[in-house]
Design a protein around this ligand. Structure first.
Ligand code: MRU
Length: 358
């Protein structure tokens, strides 16, 4: 099935340039004003790019980390003669990467897979690169399936609210929360999307709105604090968001503001769905209270950054608090949109157990 999801044909947000063995990232900080790609040759620079949000969105960060481990393998082979030193370097690279953004578990999951591949294959660049390529393909294929499965719950004429950006740039291609919307649109269902602007970095107003506009999907940007009022007026039929981490008990961590949406949705009897690939599952048994929630620079709250300017919008002498994510309990979630269907909590738990055994 063809899913129209992005402006630039044959270009995705994370890819490998085999001509000069570099990782290429779409610079999401300047969307939608510029379409700019940056090239990376070292783990240190990729880790900075993740921190600065050149690349963002849990699956896209995961794939980026996988390729960063390929760069690390190349660097280790060039820098060190002893195998021990090389492996030490790879392990350090892994630690650097996972600390760059701690909440999105895809990063940890994918970096670990490629680290193990490097160690098990005696640092074969070819094998390590193939592993990273396969993870990238896995994410893209899964997102397509999420779209096909999620479309089944979207009725003709519905208005769907989404938060942050869980579209093509966030997932290499297609998206998670946006994928069902693209499929519904391609099946000629008439739908309207309400886009939370998503303070402070405005991923909704900048990226989601841009994607939907380019795909010809009707949408409206709202301020984050408008969502409950729209729900109270009966103007929202469904909410679909992505996730940065999903625990074994179905709790999810996602962009700050997700929890308030889920609480309001419960209050007003609106179905709240989470769309996610399997790489977003945290299989470690972590408890909700122990999820590492990233706290970002207060400047992101105090200033707004447009294409050309950075403007102070708050009292300069005041401090600000900037948690990037929040945690939503499973009891507020109606269903999980996955490549294996739209699952209830019990069904999700069964699949998680099965995957863990495999
Ligand atoms: O801080 P961000 O922009 O990386 O946060 C992104 C989100 O919270 C997304 O909803 C999540 O990563 C899912 S993307 C498919």
């Amino acid at each position: 099935m063809q899913i129209k999801s992005r402006k630039l044909k044959n270009v995705t947000s994370v890819f490998w340039n085999s001509q000069n063995s570099s990782l290429v990232l779409l610079d999401q900080r300047v969307l939608p004003w510029d379409i700019k790609f940056n090239e990376y040759h070292s783990v240190k620079d990729v880790s900075e790019a993740i921190k600065n949000m050149v690349v963002r969105g849990a699956p896209a960060i995961g794939v980026t980390a996988a390729y960063a481990m390929v760069l690390s393998t190349i660097q280790a082979l060039t820098k060190f003669k002893q195998q021990e030193k090389r492996i030490e370097f790879l392990k350090m690279s892994y630690q650097t990467l996972i600390s760059s953004r701690p909440t999105a578990v895809d990063l940890e999951n994918f970096a670990k897979i490629v680290l193990e591949e490097a160690i098990n294959t005696n640092l074969s660049v070819e094998k390590v690169l193939n592993r990273a390529h396969s993870l990238r393909t896995q994410v893209i294929e899964e997102c397509k399936k999420i779209g096909i499965e999620g479309e089944k719950i979207i009725k003709n004429g519905e208005t769907i609210l989404t938060h942050c950006n869980a579209g093509a740039p966030a997932t290499v291609d297609y998206g998670t929360a946006l994928a069902p919307i693209y499929v519904a649109h391609s099946k000629q269902k008439k739908i309207r999307v309400i886009v939370d602007e998503t303070r402070p970095r405005l991923q909704g107003a900048r990226i989601t709105a841009w994607e939907l506009y380019e795909s010809g999907i009707e949408h409206l940007i709202i301020t984050d604090n408008s969502a409950s009022f729209l729900m109270s007026k009966g103007e929202i039929d469904k909410i679909i968001v992505g996730a940065d981490r999903c625990l074994q008990d179905g709790t999810i961590a996602n962009k700050i503001g997700t929890l308030s949406l889920a609480i309001s949705a419960k209050y007003f009897g609106i179905d709240f769905y989470v769309a996610l690939p399997w790489s977003t599952i945290d299989q470690s048994g972590t408890k909700a209270s122990k999820i590492a929630i990233e706290k970002r620079d207060e400047e992101e709250v105090k200033f707004v950054t447009s294409k050309e300017q950075r403007i102070l919008i708050s009292n300069e002498k005041s401090s600000a608090l900037n948690y990037a994510f929040d945690v939503t309990p499973a009891k507020l979630i109606k269903g999980y949109i996955t490549s294996k269907g739209v699952l209830t909590l019990e069904q999700l738990k069964k699949v998680i157990k099965k995957i863990k055994k495999e």
